[in-house]
Design a protein around this ligand. Structure first.
Ligand code: ARG
Length: 358
């Protein structure tokens, strides 16, 4: 057990100090780490190691098309936050990351796993997310949130029962929740969706929150497991327009949009789904820009990813990627990504899924 932590530390510290131009300090740092592991079963990263590790983990995220910006990740060190400070720190993350619309890629890192303590977990999938409810008339809100919404209700939270009820923050261990708090709606930078040419579009009453902050993944750096480390970038429009609002088992809005557009939905070959999908994506981009909230379109994101590929090659690092996730769901073959193959092996400094606590 201890030797594996040390082996992983060795691998990470070597890479980290090489990239930061501190090769001369590798052996003394590793000596210290060895002693620390022998005494306590674990070791503590310096802020510099933590910061670089979180950035490298983004660089290594095979499914992310936005990795060009990996080195700009803003790292907030909350490893010493006590139970009672965590909800405040989450609120600060949402504010700092949202930055009044000029979104800053940000991660807040809480205390890692420790041999003598229960793991800390944030129970939300994303810090901002809409509730979902099973009703007699079908699902209301976001179907992916139904189970977590029940957890929130069991803690005493009640939603307004709209399609867009912001869920509260819930924190705890991997066994039980310990605290929860409602999020001030003003923090969510919600964007009402309208269309540059179709005036009726805004009457559909669609909206989405501004910042996607994944809060249920584990950050692993050099054998240390950060089980609570919410992070965000900004949205690519297809995530909202081609998935969240469009998937049949999510908000399923294509039939409604097609009928407002006057398209013939009785035959597949009119391509009514494709036409309404494109207009919905145009609306999402238009609305975020209008609201002054950062967003990227899938063509620009693919170009940025090409730049990332070139940078990695220049730095002689092997590029890894997950093709099925990297291609955008709208017009994939129009991007260069579609026409290439990617090596989908996973480097160990990374963000990983972890078992849901509920
Ligand atoms: N696809 C997820 C969503 O629609 C967000 C995943 C992270 N996305 C990002 N642009 N960083 O909510």
């Amino acid at each position: 057990m201890e030797s594996t932590v040390f082996n992983k530390a060795e691998e990470f510290i070597t890479l980290c100090y090489e990239e930061l131009g501190k090769v001369d300090q590798i052996s003394s740092r590793l000596n210290d780490i060895k002693i620390e592991i022998e005494e306590s079963g674990t070791y503590v990263h310096t802020f510099e190691e933590l910061e670089h590790g979180a950035r490298v983990a983004w660089r290594n995220s095979n499914r992310c098309i936005g990795r060009l910006f990996w080195s700009t990740l803003q790292v907030i060190d909350e490893r010493t936050a006590e139970e009672g400070d965590i909800l405040d720190a989450l609120e600060r993350h949402v504010k700092l990351a949202g930055n009044q619309g000029k979104i800053r890629p940000t991660i807040t890192i809480f205390r890692p796993s420790h041999p003598e303590k229960e793991d800390l977990r944030i129970w939300n999938h994303q810090l901002l997310r809409y509730a979902g409810y099973n009703t007699k008339e079908g699902v209301m809100g976001d179907s992916t949130s139904i189970e977590f919404t029940k957890v929130c209700e069991s803690l005493g939270w009640t939603g307004d029962r709209t399609d867009y009820d912001l869920l509260p923050f819930v924190v705890g261990t991997d066994k039980e929740p310990s605290a929860w708090r409602e999020i001030p709606t003003s923090l969510a930078l919600e964007v009402p969706i309208s269309h540059p040419e179709f005036p009726w579009f805004e009457d559909l009453g669609l909206k989405w929150y501004g910042v996607p902050i994944i809060s249920d993944m584990k950050l692993e750096i050099g054998g240390i497991h950060y089980t609570a480390a919410p992070f965000n970038g900004w949205y690519m429009e297809t995530e909202i327009g081609a998935r969240n609002l469009a998937d049949e088992d999510r908000y399923n809005l294509l039939p409604k949009i097609a009928s407002c557009m006057g398209l013939d939905t009785s035959k597949q070959w009119t391509l009514w789904k494709d036409k309404s999908l494109v207009e919905l994506n145009i609306a999402v981009l238009h609305s975020f820009k209008e609201a002054g909230v950062s967003i990227v379109d899938h063509h620009t994101a693919a170009q940025q990813f090409r730049k990332f590929e070139q940078n990695e090659q220049k730095e002689k690092r092997e590029l890894t990627g997950d093709w099925a996730w990297l291609i955008p769901p709208v017009s994939p073959a129009v991007t260069h990504i579609f026409h290439k193959e990617y090596n989908n092996s996973w480097k160990s400094t990374n963000y990983f899924y972890q078992k849901r606590p509920f």
